[in-house]
Design a protein around this ligand. Structure first.
Ligand code: IMP
Length: 431
């Protein structure tokens, strides 16, 4: 029995999807614990392309149970759309395959409108560059205690009451603050009562189910979304997402006790990327940055936006190791670094004559950071066919070793290409 958390160590898009897919093989349960359909990953299985935003990709295996924990925010239209798409490919999502926490909050139509309106109203430098999926406003209502939970739509009287209060408040904001058109109570009520009927068989108590699974000796995989530097508390605030993306939230976001976690795998892309706005100390604005963007196919899975690219930053990686209690790294996209000349790794920062070994909290300081780099030899060879550490060119092995030393964390997985088999599993966290 082992319970493993997978999280992103950087600004998201580290290639978690592939590693989750790899480790799902050893798990019985796969659980999302935060974020919503701002996340997204693409998997190609037997020549068929699947894009997941909410349902764990474990749904592709017929013997795995998938769960959406209380820490996730759910857009029912997107969730039902994903279920319908799976159904159409001959993979029906039945209640014995998926449980949705009754305590997960719902993204309502007004959350999406407010996300867009709030972004539009900001000056260019202040825009967060959100995915526009209503994530921030939905978590905002959760914290303000005015949110609507998945379980609430099963109780029509309760749902009507909560919806009425929200529509009144949101219409004030939409019309008075943002000069936008109002929303209609009846339209949302009708739409959501329809969703309630379809979702009712899936809504349950994720915490109880996970506890039973744990006692029965099952393996549980907790699948994080986004990355550590997008964490609402520990990231580059306010240029972050609205949830805790770090490993601690695997427990609060599902109702699972921390003492039962056995391993935390941190996904670390061999270089750094970021989508949306916000500081990024090791960002490259030259041809090397362009080359990484092109070779790495760095486009956001959810919005299709070009990702900003830069050198690996081990200040960020060390922050992630500390904040998440990472026990092993999965270093992804190592193949993209082949044939890029000599490489650099950021090992600390400087601003205003002061040296930083962790990301400072003050956003103005973060914006002024310049990275201090260490040069490291590159390699020319294509490494996508390498399947053991010994087959790697010496320079690539040295690069991995340097990352392990700088982060004081061993590599558990190396990924050298997008396909399932382009992977070196050095230490299996489930064993
Ligand atoms: P939100 O999560 O849509 O509110 O967006 C807030 C910030 O998080 C923006 O910079 C987004 O680009 C970023 N973000 C949200 N989800 C992801 C993700 O899955 N990968 C990378 N960045 C993300």
């Amino acid at each position: 029995m082992a319970n493993v958390i997978i999280i992103g160590t950087q600004w998201g898009d580290e290639g978690k999807g592939k590693i989750v897919d790899l480790l799902t093989r050893y798990a019985d349960y796969v659980v999302r614990f935060q974020g919503g359909n701002n996340a997204g990953h693409t998997l190609v299985v037997d020549g068929k392309k699947y894009i997941f935003h909410l349902i764990p990709s474990g749904i592709l295996y017929d013997n795995k149970k998938c769960m959406i924990g209380n820490g996730v925010v759910i857009d029912p239209e997107i969730l039902l759309g994903e279920m319908a798409e799976l159904d159409a490919t001959g993979l029906p999502v039945t209640p014995n395959r998926l449980t949705i926490s009754e305590n997960a909050h719902l993204i309502m139509p007004y959350h999406k409108l407010l996300d867009g309106a709030s972004e539009q109203s900001k000056e260019d430098g202040a825009k967060i560059g959100t995915t526009g999926r209503g994530i921030g406003p939905c978590y905002g209502d959760k914290i303000l205690r005015t949110g609507i939970k998945a379980g609430d739509i099963l109780d029509e009287a309760l749902f009507r009451e909560k919806l009425r209060e929200n529509v009144e408040e949101k219409n004030f904001l939409l019309t008075e603050k943002y000069q936008a058109a109002p929303i209609k109570f009846d339209d949302i009520l009708r739409e959501f009562l329809g969703y309630a009927e379809q979702l009712a068989p899936f809504i349950g108590n994720v915490s109880v189910e996970l506890d039973e699974a744990r006692k029965a000796g099952k393996h549980i995989l907790f699948e994080g979304a986004q990355g550590t530097q997008l964490d609402i508390d520990h990231g580059t605030y306010p240029f972050v997402t609205s949830s805790n993306t770090i490993a601690g939230n695997a427990c609060t976001g599902t109702g699972f006790g921390p003492a039962h976690i056995d391993a935390v795998i941190g996904i670390l892309k061999a270089y750094t990327t970021r989508v949306g706005s916000g500081p990024f100390p090791s960002e490259l604005f030259d041809e090397t940055g362009d080359a990484l963007q092109k070779k790495g196919g760095e486009f956001g899975a959810t919005t299709g936006r070009k990702r900003r690219c830069g050198w690996l930053d081990t200040v960020v990686a060390r922050d992630a190791v500390r904040l998440n209690g990472i026990t092993g790294l999965a270093i992804t996209k190592l193949d993209v670094l082949s044939n890029q000349g000599n490489l650099k790794i950021a090992t600390s920062y400087e601003a205003d004559g002061k040296r930083y070994h962790a990301m400072p909290g003050n956003i103005r300081t973060v914006e002024r950071l310049t990275p201090c780099y260490e040069d490291i030899a590159g390699w020319q060879e294509d490494i996508s066919r390498v399947r053991s550490i010994e087959e790697l060119p010496v320079a690539a092995r040295d690069y991995v070793k340097r990352v392990e030393d700088l982060t004081e964390t061993p590599a558990s997985v190396l990924s050298v290409g997008p396909a399932r088999d382009e992977t070196l599993l050095l230490r299996n966290p489930f064993e």
